[in-house]
Design a binder for this molecule. Structure first.
Ligand SMILES: [Zn+2]
Ligand SMILES: [Zn+2]
Length: 346
């Protein structure tokens, strides 16, 4: 194809990023060139933009970052089958090896050699992006691009919620960032009898309500454990979905879960967290499950099903839309804590 395009580049170590003119990449063997219709900003992108310790240790500038997108196939490389010009696609961001024991037993989401698009390889905050064909997911053509950009992060929510039974059970969602509020909607759609949303941010609790939470708890104002016990007749909640990564909230999650309940953990604490393993885990017979990525591609099928059936409506959580040129405002909005999903249009 050739030519130039605009791309958001992490140009150097330190805060920020730069919009640059770069050449349009071409699709090599096994790759697909995609025209990016919409891309959304993930917490990971904020780490890269603001350049925290994690980013400094992992990212090698210059890098076109971003990994949540919806685009249209414009060119397929040698050996690619199953994709045609004009197909609407998003991408699984974990590039896996296919050879390690995990991959070979169908557990590729925990591949030993995972590389992440937009972190370890070139991402999607640009007019065009090249993706490995094996990572592409064909979207239902009726899904609006700004909704389809959320396929990947919503997959995290779906994986977390559905890693155990939820129908007819009480569910606590701790942390109401974008993945937390998508988990609220997925738990509701999956038949949870109550979905109790916890956060310290009223803006986010309001979004949780719009996404279907049956109860809202401001953990800064009320005792979350006491409220959870009260709402469940004193027994504690059946399923705790930990999305905050906050040590205090994590301990509260272990306190509010019922005997023999499940805790699925997606939130990332910055450092080691102290837990009362004897009393809050072993004697309670609690099932604890770390959630990484999405099951390939069972989670994608489930996520697509929730969206195309209308069982989950993401519109309330897509709160801000910007052109790629307005990236500074977009990142400021993300960092303010007063946003759901922020979508960029290249
Ligand atoms: Zn992400
Ligand atoms: Zn592998």
């Amino acid at each position: 194809m050739g030519g130039m395009m605009r791309a958001l580049v992490k140009h150097q170590s330190g805060f920020g990023a730069e919009l640059k003119e770069v050449s349009i990449p071409s699709a090599g063997p096994g790759e697909v060139l995609v025209k990016v219709k919409a891309a959304s900003i993930c917490g990971t992108d904020v780490h890269i933009y603001s350049w925290d310790d994690w980013a400094a240790g992992r990212i090698k500038p210059p890098l076109v970052f971003g990994h949540e997108f919806c685009g249209e196939v414009v060119e397929t490389g040698e050996g690619v089958t199953g994709f045609e010009k004009g197909d609407s696609v998003s991408a699984e961001t974990h590039i896996v090896c296919g050879r390690c024991p995990q991959c070979r037993r169908g557990e590729a989401h925990v591949c030993t050699f995972t590389k992440i698009i937009g972190v370890d390889t070139r991402g999607c905050f640009s007019e065009y992006a090249v993706m490995p064909a094996g990572n592409l997911w064909k979207n239902d053509p009726t899904l609006p691009p700004e909704v389809a950009t959320a396929m990947e992060p919503m997959g995290n929510a779906v994986h977390t919620v559905l890693s155990g039974p939820v129908a007819g059970r009480t569910v606590a969602v701790i942390g109401c960032g974008p993945i937390g509020i998508m988990a609220v909607a997925v738990a509701k759609a999956s038949g949870a009898s109550a979905v109790i949303a916890f956060d310290i941010n009223e803006y986010r609790l309001d979004l949780a309500k719009k996404m279907g939470a049956t109860h809202l708890v401001n953990s800064g104002e009320e005792d979350p454990v006491a409220v959870a016990k009260k709402l469940t007749g004193g027994w504690g909640v059946d399923v705790v979905l930990e999305m905050s990564g906050n040590p205090v909230a994590i301990r509260q999650g272990f306190s509010m879960v019922t005997m023999g309940g499940r805790i699925s953990m997606l939130g990332l604490p910055l450092r080691a967290v102290e837990l009362d393993i004897a009393n809050d885990l072993v004697f309670k017979g609690v099932q604890v499950h770390g959630i990484v990525g999405r099951r390939m591609y069972e989670t994608w099928q489930q996520t697509a099903g929730f969206l195309t059936s209308g069982q989950v409506d993401l519109k309330p959580m897509i709160t801000h839309r910007f052109s790629l040129e307005e990236y500074q405002t977009a990142f400021e909005q993300m960092m303010s804590g007063k946003s759901g999903k922020v979508v960029l249009y290249p």
